[in-house]
Design a protein around this ligand. Sequence first.
Ligand code: NAD
Length: 476
Amino acid sequence: MTRYPDLYLYIGGEWRQSAHGQPVLNPADECTIGTVPIATRSDLDAALAASADGFKIWSKTSPARRAEIMLKASALMRERIEEIAYSITLEHGKPIAQARAEVVRGCEFFEWDAGEGLRTYGRVIPSEPGVRYIVLHQPIGMVAAFSPWNFPMSQPSRKIAGALAAGCSIILKAAEETPAGAIHIARAFHDAGLPPGVLNLVFGIPSEISEYLIPQDQTRLIAFTGSTAVGKHLTEIAARHMKPVLMELGGHAPVIVCDDVDPMAAAITSAMRKARNAGQVCTSPTRFYVQEPLFRAFTKAFVEKALTVKVGNGFEPSTQMGPLANHRRVEAMEMLVADARSKGARVLAGGERLSGRGYFFPLTVLAELPEDARAMREEPFGPLALINPVSSLEEAIEKANGLPFGLAAYAFTHSARNVDRLIDGVEAGNLSINTLEASVAETPFGGVKDSGHGREGGVEGLAHYTTVKNVSHCVA
Ligand code: NAD
């Protein structure tokens, strides 16, 4: 039987209620589906004490045993896929097939990092006789992590997987608007035999929790995914206390469509990808720069596809795009569309919220936007596709690099020469050519410029969760 889980804090291996809570809404009908507990200062102190104990145990647990528990928890989540996907669709709104895919992706993060935890190799540096120089990668300590609402299960997975694989304990503040994904993860780790205190899950007032946890002596890494503004704020607090940060922040992904591709195929792929998660993805393809000979055909095909995208309740099998996750996103879409329209952009599809209950907004196509339209500069984080013509690849690359963001960038081309110019010219942490997939568990994901600092996934992912110790051992 699938049902939305009861929502608790998870501290020291125990589920805890709180005197205060806040409602969790279903974005498809705005009805309350649960109450998320709000952690008090004493809950946070309990989490700090528990995570100190958890770190002592987990950092001394063998990497093989850590991997075994992580893989067992992941297997449990795969078994519980229907229950977890149900919760995700109920609290976030995305189509149930996308919720199932998210659970699989979250499990892949655990499985990849479990393997990488076995390979945090150090090295021995050649030295004169009688001395050994040994470089070790040791768990950094307790991690304070903050995950957002757009992927309720796979966003927390990234941070928990990195911390646990490296031998760290973690206090995760997951998103209050979509808490069940993280609850399911904690339940799977509890059932898999994770020692108490290694993973602690809290919810509450985000600023109060981050401002309390970051300065604590035992906090050794701050890992955050969310907006650039909040990421900069947390980085400032961390800097005052000399704490390292791992920041996965906003994006405004450019898509360069070169004149050597089939515009129809590129447009259809792009429209469907734009609809994924209703565009609420930091890597969502957003600014389309299309070489002039293809501009009309690409735009026409994109609009035709966009108009077919079925928007509705994520539990309906025919739904391709669910509601936006909260009212703030709907208001942001309305503001960005109105601003673009007033500055001369053409609205070719969508553009207005759908009537009735729920935060529904259609896939929206804007074309020929002036550079000063707010949508061209601010991350829409919603289903807006912005299509502009460019006269050359050089112009496209210059425009792609024209914002402070540098997370994902995409291009369609079959020319090896173009690919070379893109690789050298585009400022982004992730460049994808002829595919709109920006990252998988085995590749490093992260941004440059205002899109953040550090990488999750790949062989690079665990580096942030470890610290380097050089041992000079004189045996003479
Ligand atoms: P927001 O900036 O208020 O919050 C973004 C996230 O940060 C939320 O999860 C929130 O709980 C958390 N947060 C906010 N203040 C915090 C604080 N002081 N300490 C710790 N955590 C804090 O905006 P929002 O309306 O929730 O989301 C919209 C914006 O957030 C989007 O425009 C997008 O740029 C960004 N976002 C990015 C991602 C991503 O994957 N990079 C995910 C979700 C949201």
